[in-house]
Design a protein around this ligand. Structure first.
Ligand code: XMP
Length: 317
């Protein structure tokens, strides 16, 4: 660990030298990378780092509030922007997966541009780019097939002539987690499963309507609770619900129902490049299925995804 403590000290010094008296802007996503990059930078330049957290309305239940709590505890200078309405408006009628990603990326850039133009005298854009991201974008640049266009804070157009600050670009994920721990980022936060930039939009198949997002949030929340109850969270790479626009007939008491379908997706993986579906205990699956059908209006059937990657991808879109 002393090597990493040393790394932190040197990087803090190097950020100070690079940035001088300038102001830095950072888009926080709620993920590990942008958070660690921000804490590191704020250690170097304090409130001259202005963070922006965009709530796109596609986050999980209570997520925006919880993430903001963590940021506040970490003493980050952060402004939350609730842009849910703009995202959901832009997504109306959009069903094709790549079109969803493109729409979300465009709205994000617009919102972020507006917000950051209000930060007086900003010269730098801080990004949580890691070594694998550097490599990957190199490969994509050489014309590798794009299976899904990934949307992070990265890939912003070079607006406002901001210089890019990427303090984590020589690091791997596990090093970033360890550095986060050194910097006082809570362990629970560092261990969180990956969550895609386009959020629940790529887990809500078909139309991304507010009501359907709410249904998906409730179902997913039940799954998260039971995964935690069974002590399985840390052993999984990811686990989440997907909402399908497929309605089937059911019976609730003596009433016939005709409602949509929830999928349980849980995978084990080292790096997300390949993955195996997780053999979750039957008792867990049973509890999740019963609770979802009983407690979430809008879902009357729960199915399990038993496909590895390849041939499937982890996310459904
Ligand atoms: P797939 O679905 O391609 O996902 O097997 C591999 C890993 O990447 C995550 N993922 C994303 N992460 N922006 C991200 O930051 C994205 O647009 C995105 N799409 C997928 C996915 O959750 C999985 O961990």
């Amino acid at each position: 660990t002393w090597v990493l403590t040393d790394w932190v000290d040197r990087m803090v010094e190097s950020i100070r030298t690079q940035v001088g008296d300038d102001r830095v802007i950072c888009g926080l996503s709620g993920g590990v990378d942008s958070t660690v990059a921000a804490v590191l930078t704020s250690k170097a330049i304090g409130d001259r780092l202005s963070c922006i957290f965009v709530d796109n309305g596609l986050l999980r239940k209570d997520e925006a509030r919880k993430v903001m709590e963590t940021y506040t505890k970490l003493d980050l200078n952060v402004k939350m922007v609730d842009a849910s309405d703009r995202f959901l408006e832009a997504l109306k009628g959009v069903e094709e997966p790549e079109a969803k990603r493109k729409t979300i990326g465009e709205v994000f850039v617009r919102v972020f541009e507006e917000e950051s133009s209000q930060v007086e005298g900003a010269r730098w854009l801080l990004q949580g780019t890691l070594y694998p991201d550097v490599i990957e974008s190199g490969h994509q640049g050489k014309g590798a097939a794009v299976i899904k266009s990934h949307h992070n804070v990265g890939g912003l157009p070079d607006f406002m002539k901001l210089k890019v600050l990427e303090p984590l670009r020589d690091l791997f994920k596990d090093e970033v987690r360890r550095i986060g721990a050194i910097l006082g980022v809570p362990e629970g936060f560092l261990k969180r499963h990956p969550f895609p930039g386009p959020g629940l939009a790529v887990r809500c198949l078909g139309e991304v309507a507010r009501e359907r997002l709410d249904v998906l949030r409730e179902a997913d929340h039940i799954l998260q609770e039971e995964i935690a109850n069974f002590g399985l969270y840390d052993s999984l790479w990811q686990c989440f619900c997907v909402l399908l626009p497929v309605r089937s007939v059911g019976v609730m008491g003596d009433v016939r129902t005709y409602a949509e379908t929830a999928v349980i997706r849980a995978v084990e993986s080292q790096d997300g490049m390949t993955a195996d579906w997780a053999r979750l205990p039957y008792e867990l699956l049973d509890r999740v299925s019963r609770r979802i059908c009983n407690q979430v209006r809008g879902i009357n059937r729960v199915v399990l995804d038993v496909t590895g990657k390849p041939p499937a991808t982890i996310e459904w879109e």
